[in-house]
Design a protein around this ligand. Structure first.
Ligand code: SAM
Ligand code: DTB
Ligand code: SF4
Length: 345
């Protein structure tokens, strides 16, 4: 079983990242198989409960009010409608529902109370609930935990140096502080970032250095590739080569061996064989369903076909797919059965 380290040096991570590609994939796949059941992939579904009109200036984001992306801003969705969508996502195979709001931060108002009701209602359906609502203080994190929240997504987005070129309306430290508040409330931490925003390799390694030195590591690490949306400052960015994405996933898998690595935004334009390499390199979670928050994503049926093609199955809700947690029991019961069989022969 690989041990967890929280003192990774940038140069060490870079050396892993830059290995000959097939060696890197082989090492990541081996570590993945030591720690997880490689057939299991966790399926999350996103619901945009409050779309557009956001005051922030994240250069990648179609929901920032200041960019002309043609997106119509909407108010907070009604709780019943959100519960209905969550039920549909569950029936389609999602074990986690992630509620996203185009907010800078959570405010202690009636809208937050409504979100708490959504969290309670969806938790009662027996699925994991994740929220991504912007910055959060300790008290708000506690309230979400009490409502049953399973996970909170808050990305660091990129390396600390490049961050300032992408967002000016809140700092890297603000982000890390929210992650601390989430962790203190004993909510599962989901944090990762985006590649394809014009960053250098050094910036990507910087992002992985920050994530892998968080103690504990985030429970899940989404690796998004930029969905370049017309009207945003990053609209002209070219699609990231698949090899860069595979290197990021494999490196994340090696340095954070117990974290669920999510092949996140940007999957819509990737072929089955590209995604297969991402799963081989250690990705074990996806977002499924026709939309991410505002942009297109593979539909549940397409992903079911992909899973059938690759021999994958969905991780059930509340079951970490980590091998160490259940494999010993499985192995010993198999051993007992075969011993019993040989005794009766
Ligand atoms: N407003 C909240 C926040 O910023 O934390 C929650 C929603 S925000 C859309 C969640 C994350 O989605 C961002 O931090 C970013 O990593 C990712 N994201 C947003 N737009 C994206 C895009 N065009 N391509 C890839 N990832 C994107
Ligand atoms: C994450 O890392 N990626 C998801 C989720 N967390 C919230 C969001 C991707 C958004 C892509 C752009 C959009 O659809 O608006
Ligand atoms: Fe707002 Fe979140 Fe989009 Fe930034 S990423 S503009 S905070 S919705």
């Amino acid at each position: 079983m690989s041990s967890l380290r929280h003192n990774w040096k940038t140069e060490e991570i870079q050396a892993i990242h830059d290995k000959p590609l097939l060696d890197l994939i082989f090492e990541a796949a081996s570590i993945h198989r030591e720690n997880f059941d490689p057939q299991k992939v966790q399926v999350s579904s996103l619901i945009s409960i409050k779309t557009g009109g956001c005051p922030e200036d994240c250069s990648y984001c179609p929901q920032a009010a200041r960019y002309n992306t043609g997106l119509e801003a909407q108010g907070l969705m009604k709780t019943d409608a959100v519960l209905e969508m969550a039920k549909r996502a569950k029936n389609q195979g999602a074990s986690r529902v992630c509620l996203g709001a185009a907010w800078r931060e959570v405010k202690d108002n009636n809208q937050f109370d409504q979100v708490l009701d959504m969290v309670k209602g969806i938790t009662n359906m027996g699925v994991e609930v994740c929220c991504t609502l912007g910055m959060l203080n300790e008290n708000q994190a506690d309230k979400l935990k009490k409502a049953g929240l399973y996970a909170y997504n808050h990305n660091i987005d990129t390396g600390q140096d490049y961050y300032k070129s992408i967002i000016s309306t809140r700092t890297y430290d603000d982000r890390l502080n929210t992650l601390k508040n989430v962790q203190k409330a004993k909510i599962s931490v989901c944090s990762g970032g985006i590649i394809g925003m014009g960053e250098t390799k050094k910036d990507r390694i910087g992002m992985l250095t920050t994530l892998s030195n968080l103690t504990p590591h985030p429970d899940s690490v989404p690796i998004n590739t930029l969905v370049a949306v017309k009207g945003t400052p990053l609209e002209k960015q070219k699609e990231v080569p698949i090899w860069d994405l595979i290197r990021m996933i494999a490196t994340a898998r090696i340095i954070m061996p117990h974290s669920v690595v999510r092949l996140s935004a940007g999957r819509n334009s990737r072929r089955a064989q590209d995604q297969a390499l991402c799963f081989l390199a250690g990705a074990n979670s996806i977002f499924s369903g026709e939309k991410l928050l505002t942009t297109p994503n593979p539909e549940f049926n397409e992903d079911k076909e992909l899973f059938s093609l690759l021999g994958l199955k969905e991780t059930p809700a509340f079951e970490s797919s980590q091998r160490e947690k259940k494999q010993p029991a499985f192995e010993s019961s198999q051993r007992e059965k075969s011993q019993a069989a040989s005794l009766t022969q």
